[in-house]
Design a protein around this ligand. Structure first.
Ligand SMILES: Nc1ncnc2c1ncn2[C@@H]1O[C@H](COP(=O)(O)OP(=O)(O)OP(=O)(O)O)[C@@H](O)[C@H]1O
Ligand SMILES: Nc1nc2c(c(=O)[nH]1)N[C@H]1C(S)=C(S)[C@@H](COP(=O)(O)O)O[C@H]1N2
Length: 195
């Protein structure tokens, strides 16, 4: 079976990276982890913007409605600081909320940092796109998507990505295959397509 190409939007939200104060590591970290985790051919649409609610909303609308990305990952701007507005922007353009993702990401992150509860990250659906907020620390991207493994590679805490392919099936997106050594997608037996 030939796998579908998957279009993925990557949005890095950082005042300083967008001004060139430091080099953006958000988009490269997202691209690297997703390319490692997925067997499908991936087509990325990438945006680097400051923490401005209007800019974030229009970037998300364009990626969902015009580019038709099945998955959109944001990084940054989820904390309690005044300029952190990523969750507000995401909720403002959402059609439906998916609260399980935010709940699980905060649980996972508590295994890494006690400040995990400061992230207000959300996940939502807009039409056929799943949009997920990830924290801004570049290392938080793999932590929340993949979870935590012991020294033998055995999963201690499951990352949220295990649930992403089936969610995308259910909203009418492409069938995504993961590499089990990175993350094993879970689907009910009836939804698994033979390789
Ligand atoms: N896009 C990025 N590229 C590289 N490092 C980043 C990026 N975003 C955040 N970081 C790092 O993670 C830390 C926490 O991220 P946070 O989103 O809270 O940044 P911030 O303090 O709001 O600043 P800014 O929006 O200017 O990146 C930052 O201080 C920075 O060290
Ligand atoms: N996995 C993980 N989650 C994390 C962190 C981290 O380093 N790793 N940092 C926390 C911190 S310090 C903050 S303030 C919040 C919000 O980060 P953001 O504003 O960069 O999105 O994410 C939290 N979640």
């Amino acid at each position: 079976m030939t796998l579908d190409t998957v279009k993925i939007g990557l949005v890095s939200i950082s005042d300083r990276a967008s001004q060139g104060v430091y080099q953006d590591q958000g988009i490269p970290s997202l691209r690297e982890w997703l390319s490692k985790a997925l067997e499908n051919t991936l087509e990325f649409v990438e945006v680097l913007i400051p923490d401005e609610q209007a800019d974030i909303e229009s970037a998300l609308i364009k990626l969902a409605d015009d580019d038709q990305c099945a998955l959109i990952c944001t990084t940054g701007g989820t904390g309690p600081a005044k300029r952190d507005v990523t969750p507000e922007a995401t909720l403002a353009i959402a059609h439906r909320e998916m609260p399980g993702f935010g709940e699980q990401m905060r649980q996972i992150s508590l295994h890494f940092v006690p400040t995990a509860i400061l992230s207000r990250q959300v996940a939502v659906i807009r039409s056929n796109s799943l949009i997920i907020n990830l924290p801004g620390q570049p290392k938080a991207i793999a932590e929340t998507l993949e979870g935590l493994k012991d020294e033998h590679g055995k999963s201690i805490v499951k990352g949220i990505f295990a649930a992403v392919p089936y969610c995308i099936d259910l909203i009418g997106g492409p069938y995504m295959e993961t590499r089990d050594s990175v993350v094993k997608a879970f689907r009910p037996k009836s939804a698994i397509r033979p390789k």
